[in-house]
Design a protein. Structure first.
Length: 182
Protein backbone atom coordinates (compact mmCIF):
# COMPACT_ATOMS: atom_id res chain seq x y z
CA UNK A 1 0.00 0.00 0.00
CA UNK A 2 1.48 3.32 -1.06
CA UNK A 3 2.30 5.77 1.67
CA UNK A 4 0.83 9.22 1.04
CA UNK A 5 1.93 10.77 4.34
CA UNK A 6 4.53 13.50 4.25
CA UNK A 7 6.44 15.31 6.95
CA UNK A 8 4.86 18.67 7.68
CA UNK A 9 6.47 21.98 8.55
CA UNK A 10 5.89 21.71 12.31
CA UNK A 11 7.47 18.25 12.48
CA UNK A 12 10.46 19.46 10.48
CA UNK A 13 10.84 22.47 12.81
CA UNK A 14 10.71 20.22 15.90
CA UNK A 15 13.25 17.82 14.39
CA UNK A 16 15.65 20.71 13.87
CA UNK A 17 15.00 22.35 17.23
CA UNK A 18 15.36 19.14 19.25
CA UNK A 19 18.37 17.81 17.37
CA UNK A 20 16.98 14.82 15.49
CA UNK A 21 17.01 16.21 11.95
CA UNK A 22 20.19 14.29 11.10
CA UNK A 23 18.56 11.07 12.28
CA UNK A 24 15.61 11.65 9.95
CA UNK A 25 17.94 12.70 7.13
CA UNK A 26 19.41 9.15 7.33
CA UNK A 27 16.04 7.40 7.82
CA UNK A 28 12.79 7.74 5.92
CA UNK A 29 10.45 9.55 8.32
CA UNK A 30 7.47 8.87 6.06
CA UNK A 31 8.13 5.11 6.00
CA UNK A 32 6.71 4.99 9.55
CA UNK A 33 3.29 6.07 8.31
CA UNK A 34 0.70 4.25 6.27
CA UNK A 35 -2.29 5.79 4.52
CA UNK A 36 -4.65 2.91 5.30
CA UNK A 37 -5.27 0.36 8.02
CA UNK A 38 -3.03 -2.64 7.33
CA UNK A 39 -4.95 -5.95 7.10
CA UNK A 40 -3.06 -7.30 10.12
CA UNK A 41 -4.30 -4.43 12.29
CA UNK A 42 -8.02 -4.77 11.52
CA UNK A 43 -8.65 -7.41 14.19
CA UNK A 44 -6.68 -5.36 16.74
CA UNK A 45 -8.73 -2.23 16.02
CA UNK A 46 -12.05 -4.08 16.05
CA UNK A 47 -11.28 -5.89 19.32
CA UNK A 48 -10.67 -2.75 21.36
CA UNK A 49 -12.83 -2.20 24.45
CA UNK A 50 -11.98 1.54 24.36
CA UNK A 51 -9.98 4.20 22.55
CA UNK A 52 -9.41 7.94 22.75
CA UNK A 53 -10.25 10.62 20.19
CA UNK A 54 -8.94 14.12 19.73
CA UNK A 55 -10.88 16.75 17.83
CA UNK A 56 -10.66 20.54 17.48
CA UNK A 57 -13.07 23.32 16.64
CA UNK A 58 -12.56 25.85 13.84
CA UNK A 59 -10.21 27.87 16.03
CA UNK A 60 -8.02 24.87 16.86
CA UNK A 61 -9.22 24.57 20.47
CA UNK A 62 -8.84 20.88 21.26
CA UNK A 63 -10.91 18.27 23.03
CA UNK A 64 -9.88 14.74 23.97
CA UNK A 65 -12.51 12.12 24.69
CA UNK A 66 -12.74 8.52 25.82
CA UNK A 67 -14.90 6.10 23.80
CA UNK A 68 -15.86 2.77 25.33
CA UNK A 69 -18.10 -0.18 24.62
CA UNK A 70 -21.81 -0.13 25.36
CA UNK A 71 -23.52 -3.02 27.14
CA UNK A 72 -27.13 -4.11 26.74
CA UNK A 73 -29.43 -4.92 29.67
CA UNK A 74 -28.18 -8.52 29.79
CA UNK A 75 -24.53 -7.41 30.03
CA UNK A 76 -23.62 -8.26 26.42
CA UNK A 77 -20.85 -6.00 25.12
CA UNK A 78 -21.18 -4.49 21.66
CA UNK A 79 -18.13 -4.10 19.44
CA UNK A 80 -16.72 -0.60 19.50
CA UNK A 81 -15.25 -0.08 16.03
CA UNK A 82 -15.93 -1.54 12.62
CA UNK A 83 -13.37 -1.30 9.81
CA UNK A 84 -15.45 -1.05 6.65
CA UNK A 85 -12.38 -1.08 4.40
CA UNK A 86 -8.71 -0.13 4.69
CA UNK A 87 -9.54 3.58 4.43
CA UNK A 88 -12.82 3.74 6.39
CA UNK A 89 -13.92 2.90 9.90
CA UNK A 90 -17.02 3.70 11.89
CA UNK A 91 -17.90 3.82 15.58
CA UNK A 92 -21.13 4.45 17.48
CA UNK A 93 -22.10 7.50 19.48
CA UNK A 94 -24.18 6.70 22.54
CA UNK A 95 -26.22 8.89 24.83
CA UNK A 96 -23.85 10.72 27.16
CA UNK A 97 -23.52 14.00 29.02
CA UNK A 98 -25.12 15.97 26.16
CA UNK A 99 -22.11 18.31 25.87
CA UNK A 100 -21.34 17.11 22.31
CA UNK A 101 -17.76 18.41 22.57
CA UNK A 102 -16.37 15.91 20.06
CA UNK A 103 -19.36 15.80 17.73
CA UNK A 104 -19.62 19.59 17.70
CA UNK A 105 -15.97 19.81 16.73
CA UNK A 106 -16.44 17.19 14.02
CA UNK A 107 -19.35 19.17 12.57
CA UNK A 108 -17.12 22.24 12.01
CA UNK A 109 -13.67 20.63 11.63
CA UNK A 110 -13.59 17.00 10.61
CA UNK A 111 -9.97 16.37 11.60
CA UNK A 112 -9.76 13.53 14.12
CA UNK A 113 -6.97 11.72 15.89
CA UNK A 114 -7.59 8.30 17.42
CA UNK A 115 -5.34 6.64 19.98
CA UNK A 116 -5.80 2.89 20.42
CA UNK A 117 -4.01 1.22 23.31
CA UNK A 118 -3.95 -2.42 24.40
CA UNK A 119 -2.51 -2.24 27.91
CA UNK A 120 -2.36 -6.01 28.35
CA UNK A 121 -0.12 -6.53 25.31
CA UNK A 122 1.39 -3.03 25.48
CA UNK A 123 0.45 -2.11 21.91
CA UNK A 124 -0.38 1.35 20.64
CA UNK A 125 -1.76 2.52 17.28
CA UNK A 126 -2.65 5.99 16.06
CA UNK A 127 -5.16 6.72 13.34
CA UNK A 128 -5.61 10.22 11.93
CA UNK A 129 -8.20 11.23 9.39
CA UNK A 130 -11.40 13.10 8.61
CA UNK A 131 -14.56 12.34 10.53
CA UNK A 132 -18.20 12.90 9.70
CA UNK A 133 -21.38 12.31 11.66
CA UNK A 134 -23.95 9.83 10.35
CA UNK A 135 -27.30 10.79 11.84
CA UNK A 136 -29.35 7.94 10.33
CA UNK A 137 -29.85 5.69 13.37
CA UNK A 138 -30.66 2.74 11.11
CA UNK A 139 -27.36 2.93 9.18
CA UNK A 140 -25.55 0.55 11.56
CA UNK A 141 -28.38 -0.50 13.88
CA UNK A 142 -27.51 -4.15 13.20
CA UNK A 143 -24.11 -3.56 14.89
CA UNK A 144 -25.09 -0.98 17.49
CA UNK A 145 -28.83 -0.98 18.25
CA UNK A 146 -28.40 1.42 21.19
CA UNK A 147 -26.43 4.07 19.29
CA UNK A 148 -27.85 7.55 18.78
CA UNK A 149 -25.70 8.18 15.70
CA UNK A 150 -22.35 7.11 14.26
CA UNK A 151 -18.99 8.62 13.35
CA UNK A 152 -17.35 7.60 10.09
CA UNK A 153 -13.61 8.18 9.73
CA UNK A 154 -11.81 8.43 6.41
CA UNK A 155 -8.34 7.22 7.30
CA UNK A 156 -5.42 9.42 6.21
CA UNK A 157 -2.57 8.25 8.43
CA UNK A 158 -1.91 5.13 10.52
CA UNK A 159 1.15 4.37 12.58
CA UNK A 160 2.21 2.35 15.56
CA UNK A 161 4.22 3.57 18.49
CA UNK A 162 6.83 1.89 20.60
CA UNK A 163 5.93 0.22 23.90
CA UNK A 164 7.95 2.70 25.96
CA UNK A 165 6.09 3.88 29.03
CA UNK A 166 2.91 1.90 28.32
CA UNK A 167 2.15 0.26 31.65
CA UNK A 168 1.09 -3.33 31.46
CA UNK A 169 -2.37 -3.59 32.94
CA UNK A 170 -5.06 -6.21 33.02
CA UNK A 171 -8.60 -5.20 32.08
CA UNK A 172 -11.37 -6.52 34.28
CA UNK A 173 -15.04 -6.80 33.35
CA UNK A 174 -17.13 -3.76 34.25
CA UNK A 175 -18.85 -3.86 37.59
CA UNK A 176 -21.13 -1.51 39.44
CA UNK A 177 -19.82 -2.82 42.77
CA UNK A 178 -17.50 0.18 43.24
CA UNK A 179 -20.60 2.36 43.42
CA UNK A 180 -22.50 0.23 45.89
CA UNK A 181 -22.24 0.25 49.66
CA UNK A 182 -20.44 -2.84 50.83
Amino acid sequence: MKNEATIHEAERLAHQRFGVDEFWNRHDFNAVFQSAIPPGMVRFVESLPFFFIATANRGGECDCSFRGREYDASGRAYDLLKVLDAKTLVFPDYSGNKFFNSLGNILVNGQIGMLCIDFERRLRLRINGRASVIEDRSAFANLWPLAQRYVAVSVEQVYGNCRARIPQMRLVPPSDSIFQDE
